[in-house]
Design a protein around this ligand. Structure first.
Ligand code: SF4
Length: 421
C-alpha cells in the first residue's frame, strides 16, 4: 500500500465550476457564536429576504448543476425563515438542503420542523476555537460529548445525514487520531468527518493589495503568521490519522488551481463496524459512483442517504472485483469473521473522512484555490469562493498578494489590476 499520497494515484473528482456537487448559500451573516478565524461579518442586518434567497438559488441553477445546497452563514438557524428556505431548496429547486450550523439554536422541535420542510442533513461545526458558552477551554476530545449530543438528536428523528466539521490548528493536530476513532465508534450515526486546515495570512512573506492599495492584513480574519508560522498541509493530517489507522488511504481529490501537486480536497471512504475498521475504498469505487450517478441523475453525487451508508457489506460484495481498496477491506472483514464468527452479524458502515486545505500561496503570491471548488457562493449574481467572500464584501475585489521586499530594498510596484485568484 502507498504511504505517500500522490494525486496521480487517486481519482481526480470531476467537479468543475458549472457541474459540481454543491453550492454554498448564505441566507444571513449573523451568528450566535464567534469562532476564531470565521470570515462571516456577523452583520445584524444581513438576513436575506425569501425573494433574495430565491434569486441566489436562481443564479446558482443558471450557472451550475449541483446535487445539494450547503446552507451556511453566519448560522442559518438564526434566520427567522429557515424552514421556508429549506422548503424552497427542496421543493422549488429539487436540491438537497444541508444546514451548516454550530447547532446552538437547534432544538428537537425545530429539528422536526426542518425535517418536515425537507432538510437532507446537518453539518455541525464544533471545535475548541469556538469558545462556546459552557464549553470554553474544553479540548477536542472533551467536545466529543457535545458532538454525540447532536448526532443522537438527529438520529432520534431519523433519515438525515450527519457530518462534523472541525478546524485543525497546529496545537489541535494531535487530537485528530482521537476524533477519527470517535467517529468510527459512532459510525452508525456519524456519516462524515471533515478536517479543515486553518488559513494563514502569511504577513511575514506577503503584502496584500486591494485595487492597487496596500491593506492592513489585520482587518481580515485569517490567522496571522506570528501565531502559526507554518501552514498545515493535508499530509500532516494523513500522518496523524495513520497513527491509529495505518491502513488509511484516500481515494479521490481536488487539486489546486496553481499547484499540480497540492491536495486541496482529499476524500476517503472508510468501511468499518463500530469496533473495527476493515479498510478504505479505492479510486475506482469513487469513479464508478460519481460517473454512474452523473449518467443516471445528470448530476454528481453529494451526501448519500444514511440508509445506503449502512450497506458496507453490499459495497464490499459489489465492488471488490473492480476496486482494490474495497477488495482489501473485504479480505480483512472475512479474516476477522473467521477468527471471530460472531462478528459476521455486526453491521458494516460506510463513512466519509475529508481533509480540506484552503487557500495557500505560491512564492510569487499566486493564490492556489481548490480546482473545482464545491463551496462557491453567489455575490451580485456571480460565483465566488465562499472562503474569500469577505474580501469581496470588504474591498470590492479579491486581494492580490505580493512577496514583501527584502529589508532595505524598494517596495515592489503594483503592475497589474487585482485579479480573482
Ligand atoms: S476554494 Fe475556498 S471555498 Fe472553495 S472549497 Fe476551497 S476552501 Fe472552500
Amino acid at each position: 500500500m502507498n504511504t505517500e499520497v500522490r494525486p496521480t494515484d487517486l481519482y481526480r473528482l470531476p467537479w468543475s465550476l458549472n457541474d459540481n456537487v454543491l453550492s454554498w448559500l448564505e441566507p444571513t451573516k449573523r451568528c450566535n457564536l464567534y469562532c476564531e478565524g470565521c470570515y462571516s461579518t456577523n452583520d445584524p442586518k444581513s438576513d436575506k429576504t425569501l425573494e433574495q434567497v430565491r434569486e441566489d438559488l436562481e443564479d446558482f441553477v443558471r450557472q451550475r448543476t449541483v446535487d445539494s445546497i450547503s446552507v451556511a452563514g453566519g448560522d442559518p438557524l438564526v434566520h427567522p425563515e429557515i424552514e421556508a428556505i429549506v422548503r424552497m431548496i427542496r421543493h422549488e429547486f429539487n436540491l438537497k438542503p444541508v444546514l451548516n450550523t454550530n447547532g446552538l439554536a437547534l432544538t428537537p422541535e425545530l429539528l422536526r420542523r426542518l425535517k418536515a420542510a425537507g432538510v437532507h442533513g446537518f453539518t455541525f461545526h464544533i471545535d475548541s476555537s469556538q469558545g462556546r458558552p459552557g464549553w470554553k477551554d474544553k479540548n477536542e476530545i472533551e467536545l466529543n460529548e457535545l458532538r454525540l449530543h447532536y448526532a443522537e438528536m438527529v438520529e432520534e428523528v431519523g433519515g438525515l445525514t450527519v457530518a462534523f466539521n472541525s478546524t485543525v490548528f497546529p496545537h489541535t493536530l494531535k487530537y485528530v487520531p482521537a476524533l477519527v476513532e470517535w467517529a468510527r465508534e459512532h459510525i452508525d450515526i456519524v456519516h462524515n468527518m471533515v478536517f479543515i486546515l486553518f488559513r494563514t495570512m502569511r504577513s511575514a512573506e506577503f503584502d496584500y493589495f486591494a485595487h492597487g492599495k496596500k491593506i492592513d492584513g489585520k482587518e481580515l480574519v485569517y490567522y496571522d503568521q506570528e501565531r502559526n508560522p507554518e501552514p498545515l498541509r493535508a499530509a500532516d493530517v494523513i500522518n496523524e490519522i495513520r497513527k491509529v489507522e495505518p491502513e488509511f488511504q484516500p481515494a479521490a481529490y481536488l487539486g489546486g488551481t496553481k499547484d499540480p501537486d497540492s491536495l486541496k480536497w482529499l476524500l476517503s471512504g472508510r468501511l468499518a463496524s463500530k469496533r473495527k475498521t476493515f479498510g478504505y475504498i479505492g479510486p475506482r469505487y469513487m469513479e464508478l459512483v460519481q460517473t454512474a450517478h452523473h449518467i443516471f441523475a445528470r448530476r454528481y453525487l453529494a451526501y448519500v442517504a444514511p440508509e445506503l451508508l449502512e450497506r458496507g457489506r453490499s459495497i464490499m460484495a459489489g465492488f471488490s472485483l473492480v476496486d482494490s481498496g474495497t477488495r482489501r477491506a473485504a479480505r480483512s472483514f472475512l479474516k476477522r469473521t473467521l477468527s471471530s464468527p460472531k462478528d459476521l452479524f455486526e453491521r458494516v458502515h460506510y463513512q466519509t473522512l475529508l481533509i480540506i486545505q484552503p487557500i495557500d500561496f505560491g512564492k510569487g503570491g499566486e493564490t492556489n484555490m481548490c480546482d473545482g471548488c464545491p463551496d462557491m457562493t453567489i455575490h451580485k449574481g456571480e460565483l465566488v469562493w465562499s472562503c474569500r467572500l469577505d474580501e469581496k464584501l470588504r474591498y470590492g475585489c479579491f486581494l492580490t498578494a505580493c512577496p514583501r521586499p527584502a529589508l532595505g530594498s524598494e517596495a515592489l510596484p503594483i503592475l497589474s489590476q487585482p485579479r480573482a485568484g
